[in-house]
Write a protein that binds this ligand. Structure first.
Ligand code: CA
Ligand code: CA
Length: 100
């Protein structure tokens, strides 16, 4: 299956990257390589390799983003925990998630 780059990158005048919640989730889900509905650390690492770092690598650095998002501590980010990742991205990564 070809992974098409469907999310848009919009940078606001204050330098923040803007995307909708839907786009963000869709984007994160591209990294769910085994399609079990959860993102593992390994899948995130793979994602960094494929994307060559960028702001996304900052989510993963030292597992900080995962720790912040992984509410039940099982090492995976599941559907419910995506929202925590969204929070983390907004607080720490200069990303503005637009909800509409
Ligand atoms: Ca997975
Ligand atoms: Ca979890």
């Amino acid at each position: 299956m070809a992974l098409k780059n469907t999310y848009r990158r919009n940078v606001a005048s204050d330098g923040k990257l803007e995307m909708s919640l839907q786009e963000f989730k869709k984007w994160i889900k591209r990294f769910d390589l085994d399609k079990d509905g959860k993102i593992s650390k390994e899948e995130l690492r793979e994602a960094i390799r494929a994307n060559g770092g960028g702001w996304f690598s900052r989510i993963i650095k030292g597992g900080r983003g995962i720790k912040a998002a992984d509410a039940n501590g099982d090492g995976y980010i599941d559907e419910n925990e995506f929202n925590n990742l969204v929070e983390f991205a907004q607080r720490n990564l200069g990303i503005r998630i637009l909800s509409y």
